[in-house]
Design a protein around this ligand. Structure first.
Ligand SMILES: *[C@@H]1O[C@H](CO)[C@@H](O)[C@H](O)[C@H]1NC(C)=O
Ligand SMILES: *[C@@H]1O[C@H](CO)[C@@H](O)[C@H](O)[C@H]1NC(C)=O
Length: 187
């Protein structure tokens, strides 16, 4: 396989892994439910994880017993279930983060929300400033060396042989010629 094909495949899979993101199951095996009094809160759990754009949350619950509301900070703090940005009650809600910032989720049951079935997630912005750590760009006049380990292939003026068979024949003929030449020189 040529280097360029490898590079294209590598970029392709990197793109897929970025696009797919990571899915976090809220509440683990218990799913989206009122947490045990001794268990860590959803928001403590969220603080232990790093969420980025493209990641998603999976809320699993019984659809006739619970639901998920996406709310603002005020509704989150007061467990106001009558004021929400979005509402899900399918029992298997996947919420994908398409922007950075704060996301507030509460149970659609006010009673459950007040028992701490609520979650704040902070989604990180792109680490676009990490480029400031990269070395300064080379002056435009100097042509940069190829990246280590990669050979830059220049297109050749000569067209490739029409098929492999003829080039093998040419190779064989020239090998025979060289052997004959060497023999005639030796004797
Ligand atoms: C819930 O929010 C709505 C809209 O902001 C508001 O009208 C209502 O009074 C709030 N209810 C409570 C109990 O705070
Ligand atoms: C990233 O850089 C821009 C300007 O270059 C700046 O305004 C912004 O605050 C920086 N963000 C972080 C997270 O450092």
């Amino acid at each position: 396989m040529s280097n360029s094909v490898c590079l294209i495949l590598l970029s392709f899979f990197m793109l897929i892994s970025i696009a797919a993101g990571t899915q976090f199951k809220v509440g683990g095996s218990n799913g989206w439910s009122v947490p045990d009094t001794n268990a860590m809160s959803y928001s403590q759990w969220a603080e232990k994880n790093r969420f980025k754009i493209g990641d998603s949350l999976l809320f699993a619950y019984l659809p006739d017993e619970d639901s998920v509301l996406l709310v603002n900070a005020d509704a989150y703090n007061s467990c106001n279930t009558s004021s929400f940005v979005d509402f899900f009650n399918d029992g298997n809600t996947v919420f994908t983060f398409t922007r950075s910032g704060h996301f507030y989720f509460i149970s659609g049951k006010k009673d459950n929300c007040e028992k701490n079935e609520k979650l704040v997630v902070v989604v990180m912005a792109d680490r676009s400033n990490s480029s400031s750590l990269a070395p300064a760009p080379l002056p435009a006049s100097a042509s940069p060396p190829p990246p280590y380990g990669w050979v830059v292939e220049e297109p050749t003026a000569q067209p490739p042989p029409p098929n492999g068979a003829s080039s093998r024949v040419v190779g064989m003929v020239s090998t025979i010629g060289a052997v004959l030449g060497a023999l005639s020189y030796a004797f």
